[in-house]
Write a protein that binds this ligand. Sequence first.
Ligand code: 26V
Length: 811
Amino acid sequence: MFKNKHRFKEMFVSRLETMHGKSVEEATLTDCYATLGSMVREQLSKDWIRTNDFYRDEPTKQVYYLSMEFLLGKLLKTNLVNLGIRDLCEKGLGDLGIDLEAVELQEPDAGLGNGGLGRLAADFMDSLASLQLPGHGCGIRYKYGLFEQKIVDGYQVEVPDYWLREGNVWEVRKSDKAVEVPFYGEVISVTEGDRIRYEHVNYEPVLAVPYDIPMVGYENRTVNSLRLWSAESAIKDFDFNQLHHKNYHRIIEYKRNTEAISEFLYPDDSTIEGKMLRLKQQYFMVSASLQSILCRFKRKNIPITDLPNEVAIHTNDTHPVLAIPELMRLLMDKEGLGWDEAWDVTTRTISYTNHTIMVEALEKWPIDLMQPLLPRIYMIINEINERFCQQLWDRHPGEWALIERMAIISHGYVNMAHLAVVGSYSVNGVSKLHSNILKNELLSLFYKEEPYKFNNKTNGITHRRWLLTANPLLSKTITEAIGPAWIESPEELERLAKYADDVSLQNEFAQVKQKNKNMLAKKIWNDYGIKVDPASIFDVHIKRMHAYKRQLLNVFHILDLYRVLKDNPNLSIVPRTFLFGGKAAPSYHLAKSVVKLIHTVAQTINSDTTIRDQLKVVFIPNYGVTHSEQIVPAADVSEQISTASKEASGTGNMKFMMNGALTIGTYDGANIEMAEAVGEENMFLFGLRPDEVIHYYEHGGYHAREMYNQDPRLKHILDQLVNGTFVKEDVDFKSIYYSLIDYDEFFVLKDFASYVDAQHEVTRQFHHRSEWVRKCILNVAHSGVFSSDRTIQQYAKDVWRLTPVAKLNHK
Ligand code: 26V
């Protein structure tokens, strides 16, 4: 590592000169970022190679985490922290008149994910490396990440996110490790002695080129890899030039179609639009990853049937579940195994996590789409289905309806969740509640057949990024109170609990929160020109925009508060700042209308001087990982108000808890386990319980219009949406109005009263400063169990059966 500050400065100056031909005085912050980034990558490359060599030479089981999304955010800061050199760099750069924080902010966010599922994958990478577990990510190197959200006249406008514009210092292209992925073509059978072998011919090859990104462990010299695949033309430039003019256009089209595969991340977490390209992406990632995994495994010269002892392959939701038929294909067609042997290996290698019960997000591929694109894969899925249905028939003779409901292929579609459950040895949900819903509702028929496959792994977040790095002030306070052990063992945070009543610790906590709020207020002023009162309650709702996450419920509470203030001009309340942030899928009109509504409400309230700045509403545009890191440490109140049963787990909820915000939330996802950990009295829980919601669904919902008629507050709010209060042309808000009055699928009106009561309680308790801060301390103290280290240890032990490689430290 950089030996000392003096040496670091010398290296930095000289690297700046060679890379950019500039002196320190001339250098821009971007130059400094590129320079420091390249120095850091160089520094970690020795450990990276060493880790790889170790994994190659030692008999250690590896896990490969297949995910269509890795929402990495920025890497420089965490890499510096994990390498233990951030202080040195900060001081060294400080001497040169350069602000490290400003340099770090130059890095573009790697936004290769939609939300929770993608960020979870990134947090898992951090925990795997920090726990010295041999685990790697496999994904796609999208040229464009999740769209950039611009707000024009209050509306969301999507702009492509070309995050690779200035290159990516962290990635290493490995052309020699490229593999070919076959699309289209036909399958022929070849008889070889007493067996039939299938061959996929006349296919269109796509070259998959890997780019590896180092995943740095926390102060342990372990550097794992995230391998992201890029799609390229499989036709060499030479052949390209030789091609006859007549073919030219076809070749150009092929090249364009090929490169399109790794061009865009699908910005949709609720529907499966643009289906063909998405399916191509999935197979592309899965096939390339499996080919490279098998290639690495085969270098060990052990029988292929030993694969499950050496390798675990995890599928992050159903998106990579073509891994099941693809592994079958490789084992049978390339390695010569028979069906039964291949099936045995496959079903002992692959495991699956479900991340949602929202029906729209459960993937089903039309056969008409899959069969021509992936003929061999479809053939294998068909065979898996046939055998599975036969097995069901043997167990439940004559039960046609049951078999139809469980089939992998039915009514012209391939049901990916069914394929996932049948083809893997472990199926898990991401919170206790969600795992129970899988067992008792969504996948109950499968649970009855193979109960032993089902288990729970409650999500977690990396406390290194979300507390240690994102909230240095709080980290320092915690370390001063209980020592630094929590950094390695986050469950040690528990020791804070006994100081919850300690007035001096309470003061420290309060001061830290205030400083973080001041910083955020300053940023909001600088970036958006909105003045927010740092003494007000910072009430934060940041996550993807979705009806089930109920940003609307929050807006309705704001509108209600606003009405109260308007009706009582002399009333003084605890001032509140409501912060929103989140992207809506481009085709999700209702969610986009809610973005517009928030802006409209913000404009009305923020410009109304009669309420004397007691309310402010701010929408942070283009919400992403970096915003989250800046906002979470400054939050007083964390909004986790999804319709009970709908949020599989949530991970934002854990980030706020760990940073000492109090949660206002429903009995949903991991909120319930947070309450178990910290005690319900230290949160603000409200609303329908999951079983009540499920009961309503089973009985056709409830009468939303009655709520509207009964509660004058609701009537007033809803009428405002359509009576011209906000804008003359209320088209957008009319759709919101009718979505609630007609059906109210997510129980916004039903939970309104209970939510408003809970919010009153928030206000009441915020007055009692000492009591409030005591609760903040208790939340932090009991948040250790939500570290992704705990989650990953559970996966490693119960699902993947891995052992840490502590030896790496001492080499
Ligand atoms: C579905 C699709 C369908 C095709 C287009 C692209 C796309 C992208 C994502 C999804 C499913 C998203 C599921 C998801 O993000 N679930 C979230 O997972 C978090 C981590 O487990 C969990 O905390 C959240 O509660 C859950 O909503």
